[in-house]
Design a protein around this ligand. Structure first.
Ligand code: ACO
Length: 428
C-alpha cells in the first residue's frame, strides 16, 4: 500500500493512499485530525472523496463516463432506461428474465394513492414543478410507513421500485394540474418513457400515441442523466441518507439540490437564455461579453463543469440527438442554430479556452425537450426523472457500506472569540 506523508510543525504523519480500479487515488485522511490536530479545508469538495463508489466512473480530462464500467455511448445507443436503472441499482446488466421481472414489478407500482391528488391541488397553478415534485416525493413516505426502515433491505427494495414507478406519474400529474387538465392514469401496457409521455400529453377526449422517435429520444436523455458520480444532488441524497432518514426524504433532498441553476436548473436557464438571444436578433456576442465580465454575475448557462475539462460526453451525444430528432420530427427550431453559433463563438474565445469551459449536459437537452412538447419550466423535473436511478443506487451503496458515518464536515471557525453577554440596556 502506498502512503502520503504530511508534515506540520514538528509532527509527521503517514497516510494510506487508496487506489481506485481506474485512474483515481485518494489519500485517506481519516487519522489526520487525531494525529495532527489539523483537518482539511476544501471549498466545494473539489479535492475530497467522502466514500468509495462503484456506480459510475468519470474521467474529466478524457471525457469518459461509464455506468458500472459500461460506456455511456453504448448504453445510450443500445439500452432501455429501465435496463440502465437495473444496472445502476444492482451492478450488472439484467438477463431477459431479470429485466422482465424488474419491469413487471416497477410497472405494478405506477398508480398514486388517490388522495395524493389533493396534494398537487394545494399548490398554486404556477408553482415551479421542482418544488411540487420535491414535496410529492417527500409525501410518498407518509403513504408507505410500513417500508421506511433504511436498514431493512426489503423495505429499501420496494421503496426504490415505488419511487421509480411513481415519479413519472407524479411529474405527469403535477403537469396536468398546472395546465388545468384532468389527470391521466398510467397505462401499464406501455414501456416506461411511452407511459410517461402518454400521461403528460393524453386527454380523456384525445389519446396521445407517442411517436417512436420521441420515445427513443426521451429514452436516450433519461439514460444520459441517470448517474454522475458525487454531484451536488447525489451528495445531498447521500448526506440525508447518512443520518438514516428514509429513502423518500433523501430523494426529496436530491430533487431540491438539483433545482439550483448551477446544477440541474441550468437546463431551464439555457433555453430561456437562447430565447432571449433570439428575441435580441440572434446576436450572441453581447452575451459572450457579459459572461466574460467578472463584475457581471451573468454566466453562459450550459457551459462549464467541475469535472469535465475537455468535453462533456453527454453533451456530444445530446447535440447529435437534437439535430437528429428535430430533423426526424421536421422541426426547424431557430434556437438550435443560435446554440450552434454560441458554442462556435465561445469555443474560439480565449476566456472560455483558458478556463476550459465547454457545453455541458444541459446545453442541448432543452432543445430536445422543447421538440418533445415540454414547456421550459418542466425541463428540470425531466432531469430529476433521469437522475433517480443514480440517486437510488448511491443511497443504497451508502446504506450498505459498513464504513458509512453520518456526514458531518468540519469548519474553520473565523467568528468572534469568547466575549461576555451585554444586557440590552447597556448596548450602544
Ligand atoms: N460562464 C462564464 N464563466 C464561467 C462559467 C460560465 N458558464 N462557468 C465558469 N466560469 C468561470 C468562472 O467565473 C471562473 O472564472 P475566474 O477563474 O475568472 O473566477 C472560472 O470559470 C471557474 O469557474 P468556477 O465557478 O470556479 O467553476 P466550478 O467548477 O466551481 O463551477 C459550474 C462549475 C457550476 C458548472 C460553472 O461552470 C457554472 O456555473 N456553469 C453555468 C451553470 C451550468 O451550466 N450548470 C450546469 C452544470 S452540469 C450539471 O450540474 C448537471
Amino acid at each position: 500500500m502506498s502512503e502520503a506523508t504530511i508534515r506540520y510543525g514538528d509532527r509527521e504523519v503517514k497516510l494510506p493512499v487508496i487506489k481506485g480500479s481506474e485512474t483515481e487515488s485518494g489519500v485517506d485522511i481519516s487519522r489526520l485530525a487525531a494525529e495532527t490536530g489539523l483537518f482539511t479545508l476544501d471549498r466545494g469538495f473539489g479535492n475530497t472523496a467522502e466514500s468509495e463508489s462503484s456506480v459510475s466512473f468519470i474521467d474529466g480530462e478524457a471525457g469518459i463516463l461509464r455506468y458500472r464500467g459500461y460506456p455511456i455511448e453504448q448504453l445510450a445507443q443500445q439500452a432501455t432506461f429501465l435496463e440502465v436503472a437495473y444496472l445502476l441499482l444492482y451492478g450488472e446488466l439484467p438477463n431477459r428474465h431479470e429485466l422482465d421481472a424488474f419491469t413487471g414489478s416497477v410497472t405494478r407500482h405506477t398508480l398514486l394513492r388517490e388522495d395524493m391528488k389533493h396534494l398537487f391541488e394545494a399548490f398554486p397553478h404556477n408553482a415551479h414543478p421542482m418544488q411540487i415534485l420535491a414535496s410529492a416525493t417527500s409525501a410518498l413516505a407518509t403513504y408507505y410507513p410500513d417500508a421506511l426502515d433504511p436498514r431493512d433491505p426489503k423495505s429499501v427494495e420496494v421503496s426504490c421500485r415505488r419511487l421509480l414507478a411513481k415519479m413519472p406519474t407524479m411529474i405527469a400529474w403535477l403537469y396536468k394540474y398546472r395546465v388545468h387538465q384532468p389527470y391521466i392514469y398510467p397505462h401499464n401496457d406501455l414501456d416506461y418513457p411511452s407511459n410517461f409521455l402518454y400521461m403528460v400529453h393524453s386527454l380523456p377526449t384525445e389519446e396521445y400515441i407517442p411517436d417512436p422517435v420521441v420515445v427513443a429520444a426521451l429514452n436516450v436523455l433519461l439514460i444520459l442523466h441517470a448517474d454522475h458520480g458525487q454531484n451536488c444532488s447525489a451528495t445531498a441524497v447521500k448526506l440525508v441518507g447518512s443520518g438514516e432518514a428514509n429513502i423518500f426524504s433523501s430523494v426529496a433532498a436530491g430533487v431540491l439540490a438539483l433545482s439550483g441553476p448551477r446544477h440541474g436548473g441550468a437546463n431551464q436557464e439555457v433555453l430561456e437564455m437562447l430565447e432571449t438571444m433570439e428575441a435580441a436578433g440572434g446576436d450572441v456576442s453581447y452575451f459572450i461579453e457579459r459572461a466574460k465580465d467578472r463584475s457581471d454575475p451573468f454566466r453562459l448557462m450550459g457551459f462549464g463543469h467541475r469535472i469535465y475539462k475537455n468535453f462533456d460526453p453527454r453533451a456530444q451525444i445530446i447535440k447529435r440527438a437534437a439535430e437528429d430528432v428535430l430533423a426526424k420530427l421536421g422541426i426547424d427550431d431557430p434556437l438550435l442554430n443560435i446554440a450552434f453559433e454560441l458554442e462556435r463563438v465561445a469555443l474560439s474565445d480565449d476566456y472560455f479556452i483558458e478556463r476550459r469551459l465547454y457545453p455541458n449536459v444541459d446545453f442541448y437537452s432543452g432543445i430536445i425537450y422543447r421538440a418533445l412538447g415540454f414547456p421550459t419550466d418542466m425541463f428540470t423535473v425531466l432531469f430529476a426523472l433521469g437522475r433517480l436511478p443514480g440517486w437510488l443506487a448511491q443511497w443504497k451503496e451508502g446504506a450498505e457500506d459498513p464504513h458509512t458515518r453520518i456526514f458531518r464536515p468540519q469548519q474553520v471557525y473565523v467568528g468572534p472569540t469568547a466575549r461576555d453577554f451585554v444586557p440590552i440596556s447597556q448596548r450602544p
